[in-house]
Write a protein that binds this ligand. Structure first.
Ligand SMILES: [Mn+2]
Length: 396
């Protein structure tokens, strides 16, 4: 085994980082602020640029339209700031949950004016995507109901079908729509897109450029996520991932902090599909985490490095051997083939790859030994003060 054999895998495995992962976030009970956290889109892109420089694996940044493109800002200017930091604008995430108009939902709302507002926002997001050179429009809907009988579930389904179809039709040919699902929260009785099957049906009705987005934290306990992933790949409906980890619900914990073997098993299914000749190059790997308590930049580096290590382990699976064991129904032999790859030390391969790219051999160590975080903590509070931003507050 030559480390360089794995370099093409690492070159192709690019991970999009979310602008919101550098900002102060919290729970609905409160927000604990950090001096070094990013507040403006300029600061978020500066942080994203640093993560990309340290890892060489994160050339794009997911943006949230309401948070990152304040009314009146020029999207092309934001794209230029990204370029100055060595990154590009990645997936465009419409905000269809924060406005008062969305109290009863957005695209599925029973209120016509809410649906109109949501549709206009989606069109604006498509324009921002075009202006910034992004080709991903990424939907997560908070739509649902809180009580039995609150609204007609079928009527909501039909409204959503119509809305996603018209969004799909409004996209340029180069753009792909990603549709995320989640079983509950903020709706606690029914969620309009509660699982991967509902998202897949919606994508099929919307059009060929609509694909399902699997957020690893958006499943009920015990769900077999790699099975979902394998199924979606085989139906050509897997658009990408939001990486994070969970212990109880949508916890937004660091990828692999709770169940690294689960992440490995997801990557194993992707590499298995690739071996079958499926083109997996268009799968979008994105991070969606909320680093409430950890320093943001350090948490982001932990995530990127963990994703690389686990992906590399999946690339190490001896697939000829696995197929032989499977053909012989040798269950233990097959499982041990996976375990051998999972427990292999991939750090030497990653170090060799980083060295070949002129990257720091240990990105997290390099960051922690630098003054990057201390410098941000020095400068940024003053900026927040000058802009009159008030720290603290509740959810979001
Ligand atoms: Mn997500």
């Amino acid at each position: 085994m030559n480390p360089t054999d794995f370099f093409p895998h690492l070159d192709a495995f690019q991970i999009e980082i979310p602008s919101w992962g550098f900002a102060d976030t919290g729970t609905r009970f409160g927000k604990f602020t950090q001096d070094a956290a990013a507040s403006t889109v300029e600061e978020k892109l500066e942080d994203a640029g640093l993560v990309n420089r340290l890892t060489g694996a994160c050339p794009t940044v997911a943006v949230h339209v309401l948070w990152d493109f304040k009314p009146g800002t020029d999207p092309q200017q934001t794209a230029r700031i990204a370029a100055q930091n060595g990154v590009k604008i990645g997936s465009i995430n419409p905000n269809l949950f924060q406005d008062q108009g969305y109290k009863f939902g957005s695209l599925a709302s029973p209120i016509q004016s809410a649906r109109d507002e949501a549709h206009a926002h989606v069109l604006q997001c498509i324009e921002i995507g075009q202006a910034t050179g992004s080709d991903l429009l990424s939907f997560w809907l908070a739509d649902g109901t809180n009580y039995p009988g609150q609204d007609d579930i079928i009527a909501r389904k039909k409204r959503l079908e119509t809305a996603l179809k018209s969004a799909h039709d409004a996209m340029p040919a180069s753009m792909t729509m990603l549709v995320e699902y989640k079983p509950f929260e903020p709706a606690f009785y029914h969620t309009d897109l509660a699982d991967w099957g509902m998202a897949a049906f919606m994508c099929q009705k919307a059009g060929p450029r609509a694909k399902v987005l699997v957020d690893t934290g958006h499943h009920l306990p015990g769900a077999n996520i790699e099975h979902i992933v394998a199924f979606l790949i085989d139906e050509n409906l897997l658009g990408g991932f939001h990486f994070n980890d969970r212990k109880y619900a949508d916890d937004d914990l660091t990828l692999g902090s709770i169940d690294p073997y689960g992440v490995f098993r997801i990557f194993h299914e992707i590499r298995n599909a690739a071996r079958r000749g499926v083109d997996v190059s268009q799968i979008a790997y994105m991070i969606d985490q909320s680093h409430n308590l950890k320093p943001k930049l350090e948490a982001m580096l932990q995530t990127v490095v963990t994703a690389q290590e686990l992906y590399l382990k999946a690339c190490l699976v001896d697939r000829d051997k696995l197929a032989e064991f499977q053909a012989k129904t040798d269950i233990v032999g097959a499982e041990e083939t996976l375990r051998a790859a999972f427990y292999a030390d991939v750090k030497p391969i990653l170090s060799a790859w980083r060295e070949s790219k002129g990257l720091p051999l240990d990105p997290l160590k390099t960051l922690r030994e630098s003054d990057e975080i201390a410098r941000r903590a020095q400068v940024r509070p003053q900026g927040r003060k000058e802009r009159g931003e008030v720290a603290g507050g509740g959810y979001a």
